[in-house]
Design a protein around this ligand. Sequence first.
Ligand SMILES: [Zn+2]
Length: 404
Amino acid sequence: MVNQNQSEAERRNHRKLGQELELFTSMEEAPGMPFFLPNGMVIRNELENLWRKKHQAAGYREIKTPIMMKQALWEQSGHWDHYHENMYFSNVDEQNYAIKPMNCPGAIAIYNSKRRSYRELPVRYGELGLVHRHELSGSLNGLLRVRSFTQDDAHLFVRPDQIEAEIANILDLVDDFYAHFGFEYRVELSTRPEDYMGAKEIWDDAEGALESVLEKKNVDYQLNPGDGAFYGPKIDFHILDSLGRSWQCGTVQLDFQMPQKFDCSYIGDDNSRHVPVLIHRAIYGSVERFMAILIEHFAGEFPLWLTPVQAKIIPISAEAHADYAYEVQAKLEKAGLRVEVDDRSEKMGLKIREAEKKKIPYMLIVGDQEMADESVALRKRKKGNVGVLKIEEVIEQFISEINK
Ligand SMILES: [Zn+2]
């Protein structure tokens, strides 16, 4: 059983599939910083499109903050003292800068850029933020462990009385995302550690709010007493892949410290100044790492909406049918589908085998008959011939599979 699982894990290895399917590559020029190839960018963009769509609908506003900011900001955030070893630095115009290892200070700077009233809260900022963290070269592993990656980050500035409702919204959003990929997941709640910062009463209230939401929503969770961050309690989400392996991806962290450190405030209905609670959260975790998990989970056989090349059009004779093949391609592309034509003068059998090896889900074979009645002979990977369909019918079928 163990051996079977090992060979199955090897077959699904994301570095191997990343190379075979031309998704991403690594180069000596930037160790631990992946280069995304056109096929990999398709998957990335689909993940980011889904992220934008779902966050827009959930009341988030997207921001983008600089990847390089002045040293003073990182001194204020505490990263300079506590995270220096893992950061990259630069000096421009005799000013010291740091490349961001986290997105929080940028989001806070935007929150602080104007006066806030209690009526505006919660302010929900989403950011696909590129961060750099120096990891030892021996620990680097494809897309799973990298030195540069994009967090699907969000920072919510909320009033204490809004914590429970906001956490409930986040739990719904997380559930919606993972269901989209068919992932089961487990939930862990981590509470106050021994070396906590801030007032014990605020911790008690926040932990109470988190527990109460989890219970109201009937979420099964594991309690990890004392495992919270020093700045606040957190909920972690671990997804389960097709091999039964568990990966921590999502996290929701309450933070009472950073808003104090950065002097964040809002004017309450009592006309006086209050400090908001900051919620940091991610759902994919890192877009790169989530991609690695998806590659291994699906063994490179992605659902149609994520597949880089959704169909290969194969003319029976390169000479006689290539023009028609390109016409079919144009029609499918106009409908938003991703298709390629294989017009090499190779044998049909070889072209089909190659397309199957590249895990392209559909092949559209075109010859005299198809040309005459504006159709294609549809072939499904691993299944063989499906039948002859009109071009419009193929488009309809693909779109309905993508949207299901
Ligand atoms: Zn943050």
